[in-house]
Write a protein that binds this ligand. Structure first.
Ligand SMILES: Nc1ncnc2c1ncn2[C@@H]1O[C@H](COP(=O)(O)OP(=O)(O)OP(=O)(O)O)[C@@H](O)[C@H]1O
Length: 267
């Protein structure tokens, strides 16, 4: 594994819907073994950006390259072998088991009708294990808790064995412990398996704790990007979210916490 190798690059990317730009001139790079977290206010364009670099929305301008190959030159299956994307919400057919869901991740390699190989079996077992979803494998997805279901979806995209993993708000609907569990899985995927991870998160404290690089999206573009300590400052947060905060570091865990400075809040 080549730690730090750039796997995905967006170069002067304009993204939006029906030809109407939401974000302009976005530069982004995702490195092997690193976690990049996109943060920003509601509706600023984080999902639009993630969906565009995942090849689900056409760029309005600019370029995305994965392993130096332009995204537009990659057929669907070739793209799925390099990049896995988990959207904010996903639907599965009723009654499907976790193992069946995870097997879907292998269609990127084999197609839906092809026979399964030893490599498929091994990848499915690995994806279930790394997400701690192996004990759930024979359970029906619609009978799981939100946290268990999220781990199953994560296992499905991991079974693709792609070098780039994009997750849109993977901690939504999860309680605090399960949020950290999912983020710990992502960290393990980056650190131990060299996967380039790009996440959208709303929680700035979690972004600070897990990101190698934070990208702040606001006002039609990238407002700031870099190491969490450099980027998550009161000024940047005020500019992006329109909220004055003070930032405190918890001496025990080292985590940053933001507190809004609203004079009326305590009254
Ligand atoms: N399918 C669509 N068609 C047209 N406009 C859309 C579509 N999806 C999103 N938009 C618009 O694009 C803008 C950016 O939305 P997007 O979902 O990317 O924001 P976001 O930062 O991910 O928001 P949130 O934090 O609320 O999830 C918004 O103005 C939204 O209304």
């Amino acid at each position: 594994m080549l730690l730090g190798e750039v796997r995905l690059v967006a170069d002067k990317l304009d993204v939006g819907h029906s030809g109407r730009p939401v974000l302009r001139q976005v530069d982004l790079s995702l490195r092997a073994g690193a976690i990049t977290v996109l943060v920003g206010p509601n509706g600023c364009g984080k999902s639009t950006l993630l969906r565009t670099v995942a090849g689900l929305l056409p760029p309005i301008g600019g370029d995305v390259r994965i392993d130096e190959v332009p995204l537009r030159q990659l057929a669907r299956r070739a793209l799925s072998q390099r990049l896995a994307f988990l959207p904010q919400t996903s639907q599965a057919p009723a009654g499907v088991t976790v193992r069946e869901l995870v097997r879907h991740g292998r269609y990127a390699h084999r197609g839906a009708l092809a026979r399964h190989t030893g490599e498929d079996t091994e990848s499915i077992a690995w994806a279930l294990e790394v997400t701690d979803a192996a004990p759930l494998a024979e359970r029906r997805l619609d009978e799981l808790s939100g946290g268990e279901r999220q781990r199953a979806w994560l296992a499905m995209v991991l079974a693709q064995r792609a070098g780039v993993l994009l997750l849109d708000e993977p901690t939504t609907y999860l309680d605090l412990r399960h949020q950290f569990e999912v983020l710990d899985v992502v960290r393990r995927l980056a650190r131990e398996h060299g996967i380039a991870c790009g996440l959208v998160l709303h929680d700035l404290m979690q972004a600070a704790a897990y990101a190698d690089e934070v990208v702040v999206v606001a006002d039609g573009g990238v407002a700031a990007g870099g190491a969490p300590d450099d980027v998550l400052t009161p000024d940047v947060i005020d500019r992006a979210f329109g909220l004055r905060v003070s930032i405190v570091r918890d001496p025990g865990s080292g985590y940053l916490a933001c507190f809004p400075q609203r004079p009326h809040a305590a009254s």
